[in-house]
Design a protein around this ligand. Structure first.
Ligand SMILES: [Cu+2]
Ligand SMILES: [Zn+2]
Length: 169
């Protein structure tokens, strides 16, 4: 019985394939070099985002699901902004609030990414409100600065510029 249970368990954990998102650096010229990838897997507690990234600035970075499947720059009021074609934070309920990953605001508000002193990121984060059905046609975004999961004192957690992005197929 133990063997059968083991086989069933290993089958059940492979039913849902991980989603792998290639990540690239972005700037006002467009999509640049590869930064690595993020693997998204489903758990009983939500989705786990496991980064395998290099070349980032050490420290905490805002990390979100954005609305559109594009990482291209876009002009806003005569100014070209990196990654802006990805649109705003994924917000299917139109809350217009930036909040915690477990809060009532944008569903795309993920826990921030931790980047080590050597510029690599490998620590996984758990997003309890996001499911696999939310992913298709979105973009995964890493910001230059951190994220206080509030619109105060700065909008959208204060993370600032979009530095790395990946389209989720
Ligand atoms: Cu963002
Ligand atoms: Zn948000």
């Amino acid at each position: 019985m133990k063997i059968i249970a083991g086989i069933l368990l290993s089958l059940s954990t492979t039913v849902f394939a991980d989603v792998i998102v290639p990540m690239n650096f972005v700037d006002t010229n467009g999509v640049g070099a590869s930064a690595g990838e993020v693997t998204i897997s489903e758990t009983a507690y939500g989705l786990v985002f496991t980064p395998s990234l290099q070349g980032l600035t050490p420290g905490i970075h805002g990390f979100h699901l954005h609305q559109n499947a594009s990482c291209e720059p876009k002009e806003v009021n005569g100014k070209v902004i990196a990654g802006k074609a990805a649109g705003g934070h994924y917000d299917p309920a139109n809350t217009n609030n930036h909040d915690t990953p477990w809060g009532e605001g944008h569903r795309g508000d993920l826990p921030p990414l931790y980047v080590a002193l050597d510029g690599s990121a490998s620590r996984a984060v758990l997003a309890p409100r996001v499911s696999l059905s939310d992913l298709s046609g979105r973009a995964l975004m890493i910001h230059a600065g951190g994220d206080n999961h509030s619109d105060m004192p700065a909008k959208l957690g204060g993370g600032g510029a979009r530095v790395s992005c990946g389209v989720i197929q």
